[in-house]
Design a protein around this ligand. Structure first.
Ligand SMILES: [Zn+2]
Length: 290
């Protein structure tokens, strides 16, 4: 049976290298229904969603992980988020009159927000459409972990695979932790094609790539499209506007409407509700109340 919207960990039994394979179907297609994205942009959204799920799987705590791409290319913003290692959402903003190559030179920003604790942000430079290389650089620089990544997306599926060296002696004492093993499995994994990534189930892909290695495949974990937007969060957005500007919108339109960019949910706040948002707390200093 085929499984979509899953992520599956695997471990090489004989040395300190592990991996993850992610395969997205409905969760990816749901993001594509939100806007009319050109084909090249759709593929980049899928690749970034797959990458976000892979990175999220390396977190040891609950929270959110966001990948955001900004370059000087026609794709002005590309962003994907994974919360609690299961809830995915993504968005892209682009110049519709332009075309490929969509990404120019710019940066990839990795933001990790633990449910408890401090937010962490890492930034790596991005050279055109190579998301995987930028993420490998991030791991190398921020965590000193040798990591390789492969990403691919077509109209129906987005998929990715990650192979990473474990900080050996800590997790699995007694096993060799040499460069040779990591290099060999990286070279084997490098033979994967984009079409194989999007079409093969994780088990079949591991057999195809590593049939001579002893690989342990863990149970798959489910992923889904889920936007964490809410009326409360939208109320915060109104707070951010400030009282004067919010009341100006009420005067113009009779309400303030906050549209979620990720799922197109609409939150409407009438005049009394907008005032209520600001009544809950003392107005910030410097704000003039009329
Ligand atoms: Zn939403």
């Amino acid at each position: 049976m085929d499984h979509d919207d899953i992520i599956q960990r695997f471990l090489f039994r004989d040395f300190n290298v592990r991996g993850e394979i992610v395969r997205l179907g409905p969760a990816y297609r749901e993001v594509l229904t939100q806007r009319d994205y050109p084909a090249g942009v759709r593929a980049l959204i899928g690749e970034l969603m797959a990458a976000t799920a892979l990175l999220s799987a390396t977190l040891k705590f609950r929270g959110g992980l966001t990948l955001q791409v900004n370059t000087d290319g026609p794709l002005r913003l590309l962003m994907a988020e994974c919360r609690n290692q299961s809830d995915l959402r993504a968005i892209a903003r682009f110049d519709a009159d332009a075309g490929a190559p969509w990404l120019g030179k710019g940066k990839l920003v990795i933001t990790i927000e633990p449910a408890q604790g401090e937010r962490y942000q890492g930034i790596v430079s991005l050279d055109h459409e190579n998301l995987a290389r930028a993420i490998e650089t991030y791991f190398q620089r921020s965590e000193q972990l040798d990591t390789r990544l492969w990403l691919s997306a077509d109209d129906d599926h987005a998929a990715g695979m990650m192979v990473q060296r474990l900080p050996g002696p800590v997790d699995r004492p007694g096993l060799p932790d040499d460069d040779e093993n990591f290099t060999r499995v990286s070279l084997l994994a490098d033979t994967v094609t984009g079409a194989e990534l999007t079409s093969l189930q994780p088990r079949d892909m591991l057999t195809r790539l590593f049939h001579e290695e002893h690989v342990r495949l863990y149970d798959p974990r489910s992923l889904r499209f889920h936007c964490g937007c809410s009326r409360e969060r939208s109320a915060n957005a109104i707070k951010f506007l400030g009282y004067d500007e919010a009341m100006e919108l009420v005067a113009e339109n009779g309400e303030v409407e906050i549209d979620c960019q990720f799922c197109r949910a609409r939150y409407r706040f009438g005049g009394d509700e907008v005032r209520g948002v600001f009544d809950e707390e003392a107005p910030p200093q410097g704000t003039t109340l009329h």
